[in-house]
Design a protein around this ligand. Sequence first.
Ligand SMILES: Nc1ncnc2c1ncn2[C@@H]1O[C@H](COP(=O)(O)OP(=O)(O)O)[C@@H](O)[C@H]1O
Ligand SMILES: [Mg+2]
Length: 256
Amino acid sequence: MYKNLFDQEVDIELPIFDGSEKVIGKGAQAVVYYCNGFAYKVYNDDYPEEWIKFEIFIQNEVANTNLPVVKYYETEVPNIIKMDYIDGITLGSRMRLEQYNNGIRDIILLEKKIHKVTDLKLLSFSSFAINDINSFQCNWQWKERAINFLEDIPEKNNLIHLDFHVNNIMYAEGNYYIIDWINARIGNPIFDYARTYIIMNEFMHPESKEYQTLLLSDREIDTSFWEKAVYVMALLRLKERRTKNTLELLQRLENK
Ligand SMILES: Nc1ncnc2c1ncn2[C@@H]1O[C@H](COP(=O)(O)OP(=O)(O)O)[C@@H](O)[C@H]1O
Ligand SMILES: [Mg+2]
């Protein structure tokens, strides 16, 4: 017996669980359980199996680097991934509940560390983004502008996480761990920073301003294509989740 994303009790016995399992996290796609020393990511029954296999593939690629990530293991149940358990809290909780003040600085430090990795066999972000923009049913001027901006931004081969927000960073015993790599690609790091900024702008508005200020004043980061990247990523974000804040951000950049 387990609960699906909508908190409904699902009436099948999972051979993996013995009744001692506890919910430890909920994301957009899955519920995460703790059971006997491991974490288990349980996807909705209708979540495509290929996507789960793809997530395991990316995770294994990233596990070969020196980045702080957990190991994934396949299980006999197709919609469940077994993972090493991180006995800690998300950076979001650390900032909110423990009033930790250097969260934004830490996010940027971790992103820089991710972007140092350059030799992974993952898909390229830009080619995927062009298709994604083209298939978005929206105002054609938005699409045209986003595609032009995308073409202006140089292709790079850095690892980019593309969902790097405070709930995908965990903190345990003085160390950070980066989770939820399903969106990871190879590309220009500016897209990763832009995506982080947009997500933060949705639900941590004051912190998003601090993030942008720190980022734009960091001499180690090339931010010459910042606004163009934010425009591209805002349009892609709208395709996934239409929020007032992201719409306003897109419109603000349009009027520049
Ligand atoms: N290996 C893990 N150990 C401990 N907690 C985890 C682990 N993986 C995920 N979590 C918790 O579950 C939440 C959702 O997991 P995540 O992989 O980000 O799923 P989603 O793709 O649904 O966002 C995380 O924010 C975190 O609180
Ligand atoms: Mg997540």
